[in-house]
Design a protein around this ligand. Structure first.
Ligand code: NAI
Length: 323
């Protein structure tokens, strides 16, 4: 089988001045894509600006014989999103691939969450998907081809304390990915998401000391985590992103977790549940184990299939009642 390449394709990678985004940009460029390396160059909390990281990565790509242009607009505003996509059009004449990767963290307990801790996180992770993806989407629709790879997180899918802002945003990313997949289906556009695990400055902050400088874990746990973190090279996430961004990608609307060279799929399952035509509170209490039992769960591909499953249960029960 031949190598997968992106010759003639133009990719935008947001937040590509470091961490995961840099690796995604380097891999796509090494396989022939022309890349817009977008990054505001801020801190993990999204403070400050520095044009250096985006330009450094773009230069690194050019030094290796690739084609890249730096872009320092913020994904967090509609104007920024339009400008990022415009950079791709002006430099390379088209946009085929959008990797929504930019991210920040502003952790706090739910009761301590201020608007300053909430709004920038929603802006960079979830509102940005509208700001950057909509202008790119219009181009993809017109050309009848596109690949969108979003970045969600286990925090959004499974939850994590002190991250109500981030978890909400990342759950939104997962939901939007499903909708984009459906709306893109008739237009040659595929949209998928990754939930990465990688040793970047963001993960280090997540695992490191608490905000007041106290160690979050005991020494043994910290030593074990250091060993695990050592195997979490962000470059091992990028092959999953690049495959989802490739013309040959057969899937859409899916979420893949990737870290340390392992790839797996997250999905939303539905238990078989319990049905009673005159359901009472006590039925819920008395049948909770059956309601929660994961044996024979299904993975509905949309709300229509879920309703169809419900209607089948009702039909079977009514049939039994008349027998
Ligand atoms: P990172 O902090 O190294 O990279 C994030 C990049 O986004 C930075 O270079 C930053 O300057 C850029 N950025 C922030 N705000 C921006 C804005 N408004 N406009 C443009 N660029 C902006 O962190 P990492 O780990 O590489 O994160 C990449 C993505 O992966 C994020 O969406 C993050 O939430 C997600 N993620 C990472 C995990 C990990 O284990 N590292 C786990 C789950 C999700």
């Amino acid at each position: 089988m031949s190598d997968l390449r992106f010759d003639g394709r133009v990719a935008i990678v947001t937040g590509a001045g470091g961490g995961l985004g840099r690796q995604h940009a380097l891999l796509l460029a090494s396989r022939g894509a022309k890349v817009v390396v977008n990054d505001v160059g801020g801190s993990v909390a999204g403070e400050g600006r520095d044009a250096g990281p985006a330009e450094t990565v773009a230069q690194e790509i050019r030094d290796h014989g690739g084609e890249a242009v730096a872009d320092t607009h913020s994904v967090a505003t509609p104007d920024g999103g339009e400008a990022i996509v415009r950079t791709g059009l002006d430099a390379f004449g088209r946009v085929d691939i959008l990797v929504n990767n930019a991210g920040i963290l502003r952790d706090a307990l739910f009761e301590d969450l201020t608007l300053e801790l909430l709004e920038p996180v929603l802006d960079v992770h979830v509102n940005a998907l509208f700001h950057v993806t909509r202008p790119a989407w219009r181009i993809m629709r017109d050309q009848g081809y596109g690949r969108v790879v979003n970045t969600t997180s286990a925090v959004g899918l499974l939850g994590s304390p002190r991250k109500s802002n981030y978890g909400t945003a990342k759950a939104g990313v997962a939901g939007l990915t499903r909708v984009l997949a459906l709306e893109g289906a008739g237009h040659g556009i595929k949209a998928n998401a990754i939930a990465p695990i990688a040793a970047t400055r963001m993960l280090t902050q997540h695992l490191g000391d608490t905000a007041d400088g106290r160690p979050r874990h005991d020494a043994a746990t910290t030593a074990m985590m250091d060993a695990v973190v050592g195997s979490l090279d962000p470059a091992l996430v990028s092959p999953v992103v690049a495959f989802l961004a490739h013309e040959d990608c057969p899937v859409t609307g899916e979420i893949y977790t990737a870290g340390a060279g392992q790839v797996a799929r997250f999905f939303t399952g539905r238990t078989r549940g319990y049905h009673h035509p005159a359901l009472s509170m006590e039925d819920v209490r008395d049948h909770l184990a059956e309601i929660r039992d994961e044996t024979g769960y299904t993975v509905p591909d949309g709300p229509g299939e879920e309703i169809a499953q419900l209607l089948r249960v009702i039909a079977v029960q009514s049939q039994r009642a008349t027998e």
